[in-house]
Ligand binder design. Structure first.
Ligand code: TYM
Length: 338
């Protein structure tokens, strides 16, 4: 019988642009909830960020902005460990070992690389290709058991499990690394573009009207919800009837996630109601929920020294957990330093 593992949460966000409603509902809200249930490590993925070009003059302030969003969403540095990935070199060291465990065929299947690289994959960085291997190291260096993410990260979590299993098997250390679980459930896990209900809300969409940014003011939120694409039908009674209506399904999902309810519950309240009525209700809810987050973010950003203090203390704490794992790995692999 294996002993139950110490439950531990790990997740992160890339500092590559303004955070949007998808990041908030798919990730930040869950981080904040889970910190009260399990030991929690949340980092800013600046190693991952440079897989695509980032201006070195801006990167540190981008990291601070994500940290400000974490704090504004309710992460409490007294409970959760918040840190920049590049301040904990153990991630990158473990990633090297995992580069030698993961198989090329596994990485070839990663859809996010294909989406990001498009037609010209030969021009992309090698880092963008091996990105999911570093993600596995982020998770397993803490032997994390729970990883709150949006649905787009599901495949990366499956790869993490495969890497953990192959490492344990190849080096004959059963149960050394856990099989971490993705925490994906709920209507916030896949927020779609406000302009097209079949594509994901994304930082890289050229249209700002496709997303609500965490820093949008009330006026911008109202405008974006008003202009969101919809269809002329009233809302139905059942989820089944929403399936063929991606934009309607998305707006109902956003309402549900913002209000901490299920989509079915929202339909019970709004069945038979048209978008002329539903959209203003959604906009009011979004302003009520996101307005204070945006305000708090601006407040934290006005005190960068405090953010830096939190990140520095977080990195020291993270290293206390990461360093022993790396030392064990080195010894298992047979390294000189192990
Ligand atoms: P990133 O920075 O692209 O996104 C951060 C988080 O936001 C979620 N997300 C969404 N959720 C719902 N609907 C959307 N439209 C939406 N868009 C983004 C993402 O799923 C993610 O949870 N590879 C990660 C960062 C990372 C990481 C890790 C995460 C690096 N190492 C280890 C967990 C564990 C990424 O690029 O997220």
């Amino acid at each position: 019988m294996t002993t139950p593992r110490h439950p531990r949460v790990l997740s992160g966000v890339q500092p590559t642009g303004a955070l949007h409603l998808g990041n908030y509902l798919g990730a930040l809200v869950k981080f904040t909830r889970l910190q009260h249930e399990m030991e929690t490590f949340i980092f800013v993925a600046d190693l991952h960020a440079i897989t695509q070009w980032q201006d070195p003059k801006l990167l540190k302030s981008q990291v601070r902005e994500i940290a400000a969003a974490y704090l504004a969403a309710g992460l409490d540095p007294k409970i959760a460990t918040i840190f920049p990935q590049s301040a904990v070199p153990e991630h990158a060291e473990l990633a090297w070992v995992f580069n030698c465990v993961a198989r090329l065929g596994w990485l070839d299947r990663m859809t996010q690389f294909k989406d990001k690289a498009g037609k010209h994959k030969e021009r992309e960085s090698v880092g963008l290709y091996t990105y999911p291997v570093l993600q596995a190291a982020d998770i397993l260096i803490y032997k994390a058991t729970h990883v709150p993410v949006g649905e787009d990260q599901k495949q990366h979590l499956e790869l993490t499990r495969d890497i953990a299993q192959k490492f344990n098997h190849d080096f004959d250390v059963p149960d050394f690394f856990p099989q971490p679980e993705a925490v994906i459930e709920g209507p916030g896990a896949r927020i779609m573009s406000l302009r097209d209900g079949t594509s994901k809300m994304s930082k890289s969409d050229p249209s700002d009207y496709s997303r609500i940014n965490l820093t949008d003011d009330a006026d911008a939120i109202l405008q974006k919800v008003r202009k969101a694409r919809t269809d002329p039908e009233p809302l139905p009674e059942t989820l089944e009837e929403l399936k063929a209506r991606p934009e309607a399904q998305n707006l109902v999902g956003i309402y549900a996630a913002l209000d901490g309810r299920t989509s079915a519950d929202v339909l019970t309240e709004f069945a038979g109601v048209g978008f002329g009525t539903f959209k203003p209700r959604l906009a009011d809810l979004a302003v009520a929920k996101l307005g204070p987050v945006g305000e708090a973010m601006r407040r934290y950003m006005s005190d960068p020294a405090e953010i830096d203090r939190i990140l520095t203390a977080g990195a020291a704490r993270a290293r206390e957990v990461a360093a022993p794992t790396l030392a064990e790995v080195k010894s298992i692999v047979g390294y000189w330093a192990g």
